[in-house]
Design a protein. Structure first.
Length: 298
């Protein structure tokens, strides 16, 4: 039996067309999952590479409170949503993001048990997001969600289309990240559609994306450095070159997202103009044990 099992599907589901060119048959559907995390993680579980391992750890540190911020930014406008189909999508989005936060909290706890400063990093994320919620107008908070949801969606696309990004990770990390990527793909247009309905300011959307990109990359880099510092700043030139190639060479995690990232700055942009909905069906075929648990609509 695979360590990746569906326990139960949440009761509320949502179907219907997105406003873009694809995703018409996608269900935005929260699922309760079990990943079979071990009691203790290997310290550098990705090919004994501290740089790639801590890059993933840094990303994971941002997810729980980031997901809660996304949920609240959309909830702020639920009373303005009169389209039943959109409302179902929003509820599905909220359910999915809540589950993402829960499972990454478990993963983050295991990372912290190895002596890494995850609690301190997570408190830093929380402070920044709390500041944004208290001081930024609600339309800007929603614009931040739209920007970062696009970021996660295009990163998710890479995880689902190129096995090399996860092939050297243990099974439980592969399953966690692919499940997260699949649901990010399913709901990638939800916050955007809400934004278009209640605000639709393209200039604000683009301006916020520019700021969010700089802040996001800077924070991830800083968190990764703090985790490496806890390891005594290991000097492994070969592994460092592998990490650089991982991001900007071959396979090129960040290099490959550049065209999709730049599309966000088009006035007529919509997340489903990159119609990768067929990826979800392909995963059901290719990974019958894992993906059937993730994607089954029975």
């Amino acid at each position: 039996m695979t360590s990746f099992q569906r326990i139960t599907d949440a009761q509320h589901t949502s179907t219907g067309k997105s406003k873009g060119s694809g995703g018409e048959h996608i269900q935005v559907r929260p699922r309760q999952m079990e990943f079979g995390f071990p009691e203790a993680l290997d310290r550098h579980w990705y090919d004994n590479n501290p740089y790639i391992t801590h890059f993933v750890h840094a990303l994971s540190a941002t997810f729980p409170d980031g997901e809660r911020f996304f949920i609240q930014s959309v909830r702020n406008y639920m009373d303005q949503i009169d389209d039943p189909e959109m409302l179902k999508n929003v509820r599905g989005f909220i359910g999915q993001e809540a589950h993402h936060g829960k499972h990454h909290e478990h993963f983050n706890t295991l990372i912290g048990k190895m002596g890494y400063p995850m609690d301190s990093i997570i408190k830093s994320v929380k402070r920044q997001l709390n500041f944004a919620q208290k001081n930024l107008p609600k339309d800007q908070q929603l614009a931040i969600t739209v920007a970062l949801e696009h970021f996660t969606a295009i990163l998710a696309h890479q995880l689902l289309t190129d096995d090399r990004f996860l092939e050297k990770a243990p099974e439980y990390v592969q399953n966690l990240m692919r499940w997260h990527a699949i649901e990010e793909t399913e709901h990638k247009a939800v916050a955007f559609d809400v934004y278009q309905k209640v605000c639709g300011d393209n200039a604000l959307r683009k301006r916020v994306m520019r700021r969010a990109t700089v802040i996001f990359l800077a924070r991830i880099s800083w968190f990764q450095l703090r985790l490496l510092w806890a390891d005594g700043l290991p000097l492994k030139p070969g592994k460092l070159m592998d990490y650089i190639s991982y991001l900007v060479g071959v396979p090129g995690f960040f290099r490959k997202i550049i065209p999709d990232y730049m599309e966000f700055y088009q006035d007529d942009f919509h997340p489903w103009q990159q119609d990768n909905s067929s990826l979800l069906d392909a995963w059901k075929e290719r990974y019958k044990g894992v993906a059937a648990a993730m994607l089954s609509h029975e």
